[in-house]
Design a protein around this ligand. Structure first.
Ligand code: SAH
Length: 231
């Protein structure tokens, strides 16, 4: 169904078309707000990143709906609400250096890159890493570095991070991963079995240890060890 054109004067028409975002983007923002996302910087970043450019052409029409969608290699681009929620829970600051495990389409990395200084994103599928890198370059997200690698084995040379986000479900957090977090740092990860109950966990590193908090139940593809043999 289409809405009938409104009868407006030409000046008003010009104003409406140049100022108002397309209806699907307005609905997108509205659904994020309704579900409780209130951080303005996060909402702005979500609005600015063209999600339709991160999905396969056959899914473009549905790109602004609040649903996860399939991408190559049997993986998924996360549901926008979950992307916004995890991003908000990270309490990002402009100077942060952030590690993402699970680049997938590169969409979440793009959102994060608008809010922090540097994003390092690791993906175990070569096809996904190459495509995400190319897409992010094309869209001028210059502060994201996409690496082909295993998030369970981040090389020591990568340094430490103010924030870490894991976008594939791990059965448990590992100490080597927690050790990559700077003091004062925050990590968010879905924890749980591949086909069972997964819970989003937030870990804060304090001077004298780690504080762990369960947030909400979620559904993510599993984190698997090693670089994928399949392309
Ligand atoms: N953040 C992505 C969605 C990620 S889906 C986006 O915005 O599109 C989860 C991704 O994690 C998948 O692409 C999967 O291949 C990847 N992954 C799973 N285990 C991994 C590991 N050990 N290291 C790196 N990436 C991993």
């Amino acid at each position: 169904m289409e809405l009938a054109p409104r009868h407006t004067g030409s000046s008003e028409r010009t104003m409406v078309s140049s100022v108002a975002p397309p209806p699907e983007k307005m609905m997108f923002q509205l659904s994020l707000r309704r579900r409780g996302i209130s951080d303005r910087a996060v909402l702005q970043a979500m609005e600015a990143v063209p999600r339709d450019r991160f999905v396969d052409p056959v899914h473009r029409d549905g790109a602004w709906r609040d649903t996860a969608l399939p991408i190559a290699c049997g993986q998924t681009i996360s549901q926008p609400f979950v992307v916004a929620y995890m991003t908000e829970q990270l309490r990002l600051e402009a100077g942060h250096r952030l590690l993402e495990i699970g680049t997938g389409s590169g969409y979440h990395a793009a959102v994060l890159s608008r809010l922090v200084r540097d994003v390092v994103s690791v993906e175990r599928f070569k096809t996904l890493a190459d495509r995400a890198r190319a897409r992010l370059k094309e869209l001028n997200y210059a502060n994201v570095e996409v690496l082909l690698g295993d998030g369970f084995a981040i090389p020591e040379g990568a340094g430490t991070f103010d924030r870490i986000i894991v976008t594939a479900a791990m059965t448990e957090l590992s100490q080597p991963l927690l050790d990559l977090l700077d003091p004062g740092g925050i990590l968010i990860a879905p924890i749980g079995p591949a086909n069972g109950r997964q819970t989003l966990i937030r870990v804060e590193r304090k001077d004298d240890g780690f504080i762990r908090k369960a947030l909400v139940d979620v559904r993510f593809v599993p984190a698997l060890t090693g670089i994928a043999r399949e392309l």
